[in-house]
Design a protein around this ligand. Structure first.
Ligand code: GSH
Length: 206
């Protein structure tokens, strides 16, 4: 198994988290997004969306979209519940992650850290992020995990961009982040953006 991976991507980090917790051996293929690696014809053959992560199976089949990869890897493991309702709830949180957490926390953080936007410019997005954290906090006030009573791919999917939130993390969300960090096999290899991520320093579709 091979993972086309960018170390500073939360979408890639969530896949590395699950692979680590499952103890799956894999080859990590570093993709330097701002070095232009996703702009090559070779990469377009790997993923026409020119995005990471991409999981490549031993038979050569490829899967993109981080949360689809989590689902694929989680199937048949304790990280994906079997009940119909619980699976629906996992899908619900994974969609929430892409829409509200990535859009409201991950995106503005990227723009702020790489000098693409001022705090004023990202404020509307951060308002979405604060709202997402409030929803999460309310949900986690009465439970340890997002779905059922055990950690699932929903928790791992939301962890990366929440853990580096550019806005204040509420109490119950902070306690949940610590519970995820304490899971066996947790590896914190989420790095910050490199120098070539600054505008004009590298080449990418951004
Ligand atoms: N919805 C996609 C988003 C993937 C995505 O935005 N990947 C970014 C890194 S976080 C990327 O690889 N961008 C490369 C590029 O656009 O050149 C997923 O969940 O996998």
């Amino acid at each position: 198994m091979r993972l086309y991976d960018y170390a500073a991507s939360g979408n890639c980090f969530k896949v590395r988290l699950l692979l680590g917790m499952l103890g799956v051996e894999y080859e990590r293929v570093p993709i330097d997004i701002f070095g232009g690696d996703t702009l090559t014809c070779e990469f377009a053959m790997i993923n026409p969306l020119r995005e990471t992560p991409v999981l490549e199976l031993d038979g050569g089949e490829r899967l993109g979209q981080s949360n689809a990869i989590l689902w694929y890897l989680g199937e048949g493991t304790p990280f994906l519940p079997e009940g119909r309702l619980e699976r629906g709830q996992v899908a619900q949180w994974l969609s929430f992650e892409q829409e509200r957490v990535m859009g409201g926390l991950g995106g503005p953080r990227f723009r702020l850290l790489t000098g693409r936007a001022t705090p004023e410019q990202v404020e509307p997005r951060l308002a979405t992020g604060r709202g997402a954290l409030e929803v999460l906090d309310g949900h986690l006030a009465a439970r340890d995990w997002l779905v059922g009573d055990a950690p699932s791919i929903a928790d791992l999917g939301l962890f990366p961009y929440v853990s580096v939130s550019p806005v204040e993390i509420p109490e119950h969300v902070a306690a949940w982040l610590d519970r995820v960090r304490a899971l066996p096999g947790f590896v914190d290899d989420f790095v910050t953006y490199p120098e070539n991520a600054r505008p004009g320093a590298g080449s990418s579709i951004y």
